[in-house]
Design a binder for this molecule. Structure first.
Ligand SMILES: Nc1ncnc2c1ncn2[C@@H]1O[C@H](COP(=O)(O)OP(=O)(O)OP(=O)(O)O)[C@@H](O)[C@H]1O
Ligand SMILES: [Mg+2]
Length: 131
């Protein structure tokens, strides 16, 4: 486990952009950490690092936003794993793309065995990113 200390949103974004260069198709990355810690900032950086420049926003209605073969999940509002399964979220893991998942604890039983984890915590402008 390694740690990166970020001192701003921009630093977090740029770190994530660089981190994404090490990702390959089929990877599932759980973005862990409490509310407001910077999971979406990490996702935005990673999506940019994989070459997608579209406007990245938190998935709201659909739970998953697609950028080419990159899938950004926000499972905060998932109420049960049965609901998640019914919504077809497990299907994304079979598509050979790269999945970035916020609030993956809400879909634990749907996750593949091997996942990467990036955990962001902290307050003020300082964040600890464990990966
Ligand atoms: N070093 C930092 N890294 C990332 N974000 C930071 C940092 N310092 C301050 N922030 C602020 O923290 C907030 C992080 O918001 P973000 O939406 O990424 O959090 P989140 O973990 O996705 O929240 P949620 O659980 O609601 O999805 C932003 O407002 C951002 O500007
Ligand atoms: Mg978020």
């Amino acid at each position: 486990m390694a740690v990166f200390y970020s001192h701003s949103e921009e630093e977090t974004y740029l770190w994530a952009k660089e981190y994404a260069k090490g990702l390959k198709k089929g990877d599932v990355v759980c973005l862990d950490g409490p509310m407001g810690a910077g999971k979406t900032v990490l996702a935005k950086g990673m999506i940019a690092g994989m070459g997608y420049t579209d406007d990245v926003t938190s998935p709201t209605y659909a739970y998953v936003n697609e950028y080419g073969d990159v899938f950004h999940f926000d499972c905060y509002r998932i109420e049960s794993e049965g609901q998640a399964y019914g919504l077809g979220l497990a299907d994304y893991f079979e598509r050979g793309g790269i999945c970035l998942i916020e609030w993956s604890q809400n879909i634990v039983t749907l996750l593949p065995k091997d996942v990467k984890r990036v955990r962001i915590t902290g307050s003020g402008e300082t964040r600890e990113i464990e990966f």
